[in-house]
Design a protein around this ligand. Structure first.
Ligand code: DAT
Ligand code: MG
Length: 149
């Protein structure tokens, strides 16, 4: 079982798409095990986006993610990391497949609505940045046996 970090970015919250984005992940069969609204500080943004330091879009990215509240989620499931990434679609909404969040609801790479961790190590690191252990809830979902054999 994997856990991954999902962020509904400021554009998602401002456009009233938080419910739509959460709903798409729930409908896919993923389980929410942590959820909160917050304002990301520049310090937290710098840690979260540390791998992008020095890239031309870095300053804009930090300004954007700290510009307005976000909704952060811990999502659990078999292969949750890959499932979330697939449900989000490619980074650039113009390259994302129709049916994905980014293709259906966004037009620009700098306003691509949603973040999802890109691998097991990143997921563990990012979940640790955004959630204290006691904020994550382990629970049994009775629909699970209707989603996975
Ligand atoms: P992803 O969010 O799909 O994991 P990433 O980790 O490569 O993509 O980049 C993080 C965010 O930075 C991405 O969601 C949007 C922004 N970004 C990435 N590449 C960009 C670019 N070439 N121009 C502008 N923004 C970019
Ligand atoms: Mg990434």
């Amino acid at each position: 079982m994997e856990r991954t970090l999902v962020i509904v970015k400021p554009d998602g919250v401002q456009r009233g798409l938080t419910g739509e984005i959460i709903s798409r992940l729930e409908r896919r069969g993923l389980k929410i095990v942590g959820l909160k609204m917050m304002q990301i500080s520049r310090e937290l943004a710098a840690r979260h986006y540390g791998v992008h330091v020095g890239k031309p879009f870095y300053d804009g990215l930090v300004n954007y993610i700290t510009s307005s509240p976000v909704v952060v989620m811990a999502v659990e499931g078999e292969r949750a990391i890959e499932l979330v990434r697939q449900t989000m679609g490619k980074t650039n909404p113009l390259e994302a497949a129709p049916g994905t969040i980014r293709a259906d609801l966004a037009v620009e790479i700098g306003r691509n609505l949603v973040h999802g961790s890109d691998g097991p190590q990143t997921a563990e690191f990012e979940l640790g940045l955004f959630f204290r252990p006691e904020e994550l809830v382990s629970w049994e979902c009775s629909a699970e046996r209707w989603i996975s054999e």
